[in-house]
Each structure stands twice: as C-alpha cells, then as structure tokens.
Design a protein around this ligand. Structure first.
Ligand code: C2E
Ligand code: MG
Ligand code: MG
Length: 724
C-alpha cells in the first residue's frame, strides 16, 4: 500500500506513468467489472463491460474528491448500472462491496481518510437508491410497454370489429337476398331492404308480425318442425322452399335458409333468415311443367302426368280405391287414312273435349296417352260404382256424331276397365291390365266396355312372359318328358307309352304342354323342340327294349304339331333319329291331331305317307273333335285312331248314354273295317275300361292305368305286367 501512496500524483486526468491516477482508476474499474460481470445479463465481453464501468468509476472518483460533495452522483451511477443491464440485486451488492473496499484506496488520492470514507459510504447509499429507483422505473416501463402493446392490440381488434360490422352492414343492406333477424320467440328485430322489397312492405309493418304467423297452406309438413328444433337450439340451420303471403294478398315463393345465432357462450340467441325470391322461377317452372305434362294437341294431361297421378292414387292409404277406363277409338286409323291427319287431329280434339266433360268431379281426371288412346281415372273410396258410371258416361258422350270438315263422323270406342283397392298394384301393372281388357273389348266387336278379369290378365301376362323365355328354355334344358302307358284292353299288358312334354319353368314351376305348345308353334320353336322330344323319346324306347326285351314289342307315341308336318326336314330328321338310336321304324308312332289333317292336300300328306311307308305308325289324335269326314279316313296314311277323351267321359255315368255307345261302336267297326286299330284316351275308371273293351277298342290310355310320369314308373308297370 505504501508503494501506491508513494506513486501518487497531484492532478487527476494527467497521465503520469504506470502508477498515475488514471492507471489506478482503470485498476478500480477492472476489479469492479470482474466482480460484477458474472452476474450481469449483458451481451458485452468482460473488457467491453470494463469500458462501460470506467466512466462510472470516474464519476465516483471525482465525487469522492470534489470540493463540494454531491451524493447524487452515486444515484446516477446506481441508475447507470441498471441501464448497463446490471439489474440483478447481486450486481448491486457486489458493486457496493467493491466501492467500499477499493474506491478510497485507488481514488482517494491520499486525502483525508476519515472524510473520504464517509463520502464513500454516502455514495454507496446513493448508488443503492439510484439503482432501486432505476429498477422500478424500468419494471414500470416494461409493464407500461406491455399494457401499451395490449392497448394497442385492443385498438386493432376494435377496429377489425368495426370493419366487420361495416362489412356486415354493407352486405345486409346491399344484398339481393332478403335478410331478417329475429329473436327466438319470433319477434323480428331487423330486416334488410331486399326483404322489404320482396314483401312490398314497410319495415314497421313487417316487424309487427311474429315469425310464427307467417304460415302458408303450402308449407311443407316439416317446415314448422324444423323451425321449432332450431329455436330450441337443437338444430343449427335448415333449408326449405316456402311461400309467404304478401300484405297485398299475393304469394311470394322463396328459398329460405334459417340459421341459429349463438352468443359468445354458445347459448342460442337469434335466428337469421336468408331468403331468395323464387316466385318468377317457380312460375316459369310451372309453365315448363305444364308443357311437359300436357298434350300439345288436346291440352289434356299427357302420359307422364297421368302416370304420376295414377302412382299417387295407387299409393293412397287404406280404404282408398281407384278406377281406370282405358279408351281406344275404334277405327280411328281409317279416319286418318281416308280424311288425312289434320281431320284426324280435329276429331281427337273434339273427343278430348267431350271426355273432359265426363270427368269433372274431384278425384277424376282424363288424359291422352298418345294416338287415339285416352284414360279416365277416378279415385276415392267408392270407385267400384263410380267407374262403371264413368265408362257409361264416356260411351254416351261419344254417341253424337262429330262434325269434321263438313262430315258427320260416328266415333266408337272400346274401353277396358280396371278397378281395385289402392296399395296392391303398381301403375305399369294396372295399365297393362287395362290395355289387355281394352283389347278384349275390341276383339269382342268394339263399341263396348269390359271389366278386367285377373285370371284373363294373368294368362295374357304369363303368355307374354313365357313367349320371351321360351327360346332359351331348350338350351337351358328346362324341358322334360313324362310317359303315359298305352295298355292293351284285351290282356292289360303295357304296349307302349305316349311321350308328353313338360317345361320346368324357373319361376312358374312345371307347365303343361297346353300352356306353351301353342306359343312354341307361334314362335317356330316347336320344330327344334319337337325334334328334341322325338330323339329323347326314341332313346328312351330303346332303353326299355334293352331291359324288357321279353315284355313284348314296346312302342313310343310322339305328338307332332301341324307346323312340324309342313317342315321340310321332318322325314329326314325322323330317319336320322331312328338310325342314330338303332330303332326300327315300327317302334315309333307319330300322333297327329285330326284337325291338322282336315282338308289336307296331297302335298301336306306326302311326308306322313313317306313315314308310313317306312313302317312308322301314324295315329289320328283327338279323333271325334274335328268333324272330319269319315270317308276321308281312307285317304289318310293313318293306322290308328285315338278316340278323344270326350267319348270316354260320356261313359262315366251309369248307365252310359246308349246313343254315345252306339257312336263309339260305329266308329270302332268303321275303323276296324278300314284296318285301323282304335285307342281310347282318358280312361279314368275300371268300368270305362270294361265298357270300351266290350265296344271293341284295342288299346287304352288314362289315369285308371297311370298318370303321365317319369320313365322309371313305366319300368315298374311293364315289370308287373310281364311277371303278372
Ligand atoms: P294328347 O296328345 O291328347 O295327350 C293326352 C292328354 O290327356 C295329356 O295331357 C294327358 O296328360 C291327358 N290325360 C291322359 N290320361 C288322362 C285321363 O285319364 N284323364 C284326363 N282328364 N286327362 C288325361 P297333356 O300332357 O296336358 O298334353 C296335352 C296335349 O299337349 C297333348 O294332348 C298333345 O296334343 C300336346 N302335347 C304333349 N306333348 C307334346 C309334344 O311333345 N309335342 C306336341 N306337338 N304336342 C304335345
Ligand atoms: Mg297325343
Ligand atoms: Mg289326345
């Protein structure tokens, strides 16, 4: 220490070598900075920090030695410490320690030690006070900055809100769609200009009405249910098409969207309605719809419209019925062809007008389906009675001649009536039934009405269905053959069997030949089907022969359709089949109905004759039903007469009609005289069999012996017969 004192110089601020006052001041700053630097949060390095402290050290040094002492210098240094990021209390504490230990030592400059120490102490107090004050000010400033920032932020939000509000106002007022706000009780709070214009009303007038009063008879059933759900807060929005009455009584149609507005806590608060005026568009749609649903010529509802109404009528609730008259003009084509389409059109217009006058009661309508086809519909609980009256009215209005181009045209029509309860049939089915019935009326001569008969319908409908399914049925293997034994009346032995074809239809089950043979004849399928039956039956016959050779000659009877007779391949096909199966021609008998051969010329008989010459037997089936000339029998290449079932039936009662017996007896003796054998069909009782045997019949067929069945059944019969 003495050394330091020795090197002391007079005036400060004058560099006086390594130990001058400036050096000592620097050393004090160095010590101070080393003590405090670790607890500052400054971003400076330690030497930089020392440079920051150096002026503070100088202030303290000068204050210490000043002529008049001012403790405020200490405050300034305390505040400066805070400014230099020495805000940690530890930094203050270390600074005060430093000042206490080294300020007088390095900067006292050998003055009055007592006085210097007192000054140093006061400077330290002042430093602490300045430090604390600066720190508080700084904290306050920071808080201030935060709250100012918050305030500023709030200002921005308010401004944004204001902008939103302004934008909302602009949208609200300027929108082309109507906007209205109401509370949840339906009190209207605010409406925009567009809404007022839609209603043609003042805001005041509009606001006096509660939302719930705005009902309209055409409100969809769910409209007010949706409303209730929304105001109860169970639904956020809904969309409906809704009509309103304007104050002047006209109707406003709208697309209405209602949304629920909730407050900041999520509680339902308001309802917001947005509505678009669709009145014009609706009118246009109605116009377009009218055009799409009405016939341009007569102005009557068209097919589309009628189907809608019929669908509705058929879907009506329990107890509701419908009645439909399907009218087709008789001979309208002739009018068109002879007088031209323009005249035909005028006639249709007049007919339409007259029909319209027939169906004016509620629930009644008339429509034009197209061409000269019209329908009249009546609905309600009483259509059973009403539909007949409706049909009678229609027939009645057509009676008076229609004058077209100076001519009096008589118009007649055929009507098919369908009547029934709602909920059972669809429109297409009902219309088809009416159509079928109308055709029945037409084919019965026209100018009449007929009532639909479900059975007749069913037949016509399945006939149609079967015709379309028939072509693929053969490929799909849906046909099969049953066999019915032919029994010798003399000894009861089985001599053969008749092949009877059946159709196992995927939907209708087993169908008998009467259901589909006429269709097969009509479509030409009978040729391949007949060929298939022939081949199958002949194969079956060979199988029987192989098994029961000793059971006697076994013959297979196969039915031939008239179409097959005229088919050029008949002979060749038959020969091929016999050859392929290795069967002799006399194992086969072809049955041809009597009616097919009535008036047959030689050309038609040629194939049959060829077959007969080869040894194939030909039987005249259903003999006695075709009124053929008995003398004609000589011309025909037949060897067997199959007496129709009707003869057998007349023998059912006991005693049998003696005239019938005589007829059969006559036929049998005539047949035998012509070298024909006689087979009887439809033998159902033992008594019949006995009677027919006595009358001289050769062979019999019927349920008394066996019903047609699978080939195995015949094995059993033949076996019983052969062994018994
Ligand atoms: P059909 O040739 O006169 O055949 C006899 C019909 O009488 C058969 O009717 C048979 O089941 C029935 N029948 C047999 N015994 C009795 C009886 O005791 N009482 C009564 N009430 N009926 C009996 P199905 O099988 O319905 O055949 C009807 C007609 O279909 C046949 O009359 C025949 O003309 C035709 N048919 C059957 N199969 C074929 C075929 O493969 N081709 C052609 N073209 N026609 C066939
Ligand atoms: Mg037959
Ligand atoms: Mg027959």
């Amino acid at each position: 220490m003495g050394l330091l004192r020795v090197r002391r110089r007079g005036a400060y601020g004058v560099r006086a070598g390594p130990d001058g006052p400036e050096d000592r001041l620097r050393r004090f700053a160095t010590i101070w900075s080393r003590a405090v630097f670790p607890v500052t949060s400054t971003s400076s390095t330690r030497p930089e920090f020392e440079d920051q402290l150096l002026p503070l050290a100088r202030r303290l040094s000068e204050a210490l030695r000043a002529r008049t002492f001012d403790a405020n210098e200490g405050r300034a240094v305390g505040a400066a410490l805070v400014a230099a990021h020495c805000t940690d209390p530890e930094a203050l504490s270390r600074s005060l320690d430093c000042v206490d230990a080294y300020l007088v030592l390095y900067c006292g400059d050998g003055g009055d030690q007592e006085n210097l120490r007192a000054r140093s102490a006061r400077l330290q107090h002042a430093m602490a006070a300045g430090f604390a004050q600066a720190l508080r000010a700084r904290t306050l400033a920071e808080q201030e900055a935060i709250s100012a920032a918050a305030l500023k932020a709030q200002g921005v939000v308010a401004q944004a809100l204001h902008a939103t509000e302004a934008r909302f106002r602009a949208v609200f007022e300027g929108a082309a769609i109507g906007i209205g706000i109401a509370d949840l009780d339906g009190n209207i709070i605010q409406v925009n200009g567009a809404l007022l214009r839609m209603f043609g009303s003042s805001e005041k007038a509009l606001r006096t009405r509660n939302v719930q009063e705005w009902t309209h008879p055409e409100d969809a059933p769910q409209t007010w249910k949706l409303y209730d759900e929304l105001v109860r807060g169970e639904r956020e929005h809904y969309h409906v098409e809704k009509a309103f009455y304007r104050p002047d009584g006209t109707v406003l149609w709208t697309n209405l969207t209602v949304s629920l507005l909730r407050d900041a806590d999520g509680e339902p608060q308001y309802q917001l309605a947005l509505m678009e005026d669709t009145t014009e568009r609706r009118l246009l749609n109605l116009r377009l719809r009218y055009e799409a649903t009405h016939d341009a010529l007569t102005g009557l509802p068209n097919r589309t419209f009628f189907f809608e109404r019929l669908e509705k009528a058929l879907g009506a609730g329990e107890g509701q019925r419908f009645g439909l008259c399907y009218l087709d003009l008789d001979g309208f084509k002739t009018v068109n062809d002879s007088l031209g389409h323009a005249a035909g059109d005028r006639l249709l217009v007049e007919v339409a007008d007259r029909l319209q006058s027939c169906a004016t009661a509620p629930g009644e309508m008339v429509a034009r389906l197209g061409g000269d086809e019209f329908v009249a519909l009546t609905t309600g609980p009483d259509t059973e009675r009403e539909v007949d009256e409706l049909a009678a009215r229609i027939m009645n209005v057509l009676v008076a001649p229609i004058s077209v181009d100076g001519r009096e045209l008589t118009v007649r029509g055929s009507i098919g009536i369908v009547e029934g309860p709602a909920g059972e049939r669809g429109p297409a089915e009902v219309l088809r039934s009416a159509d079928i019935t109308m055709y029945r009326a037409k084919s019965a001569g026209g100018n009449r009405f007929e009532l639909a008969d479900p059975e007749a319908d069913a037949r016509a409908i399945t006939r149609h269905g079967l015709t379309t399914a028939l072509p693929t049925a053969l490929d799909r293997g849906e046909f099969f053959i049953e066999y019915q034994p032919l029994v010798h009346l003399g000894d009861g032995s089985v001599r053969g069997a008749e092949a009877l074809v059946r159709w196992l239809h995927p939907q209708h089950g087993v169908l008998g030949p009467d259901r589909f043979i006429p269709l097969a004849e009509h479509t030409g399928l009978i040729v391949p089907l007949g060929r298939w039956v022939l081949e199958q039956s002949v194969r079956q016959a060979r199988e029987w022969r192989e098994r029961y050779d000793d059971a006697g000659p076994f013959r297979i009877n196969v039915n031939l359709s008239p179409c097959q007779l005229t088919h050029p391949g008949l002979v060749q096909d038959t020969v091929d089949i016999l050859e392929r199966t290795g069967m002799a021609p006399d194992a086969l008998c072809l049955e041809v109905t009597e009616s097919a051969l009535i008036g047959a010329d030689d050309d038609l008989l040629k194939p049959l004759r060829r077959l007969a010459e080869m040894g194939v037997d030909i039987a005249l089936d259903d003999f006695g039903t075709g009124y053929s000339n008995l003398a004609n029998l000589r011309r025909l290449p037949v060897s067997i007469l199959k007496l129709d079932r009707s003869f057998t039936q007349s023998m059912q009662q006991f005693p049998a009609d003696p005239v019938d017996l005589k007829i059969v007896e006559g036929i049998v003796s005539l047949a035998h005289g012509l070298d024909l054998s006689v087979t009887v069909e439809g033998v159902e009782t033992g008594a019949q069999a006995e009677q027919l045997r006595i009358l001289g019949c050769d062979t019999a067929q019927g349920w008394y012996y066996a019903r047609p069945g699978p080939p195995e059944r015949l094995h059993e019969l033949a076996l019983v017969d052969a062994t018994g």
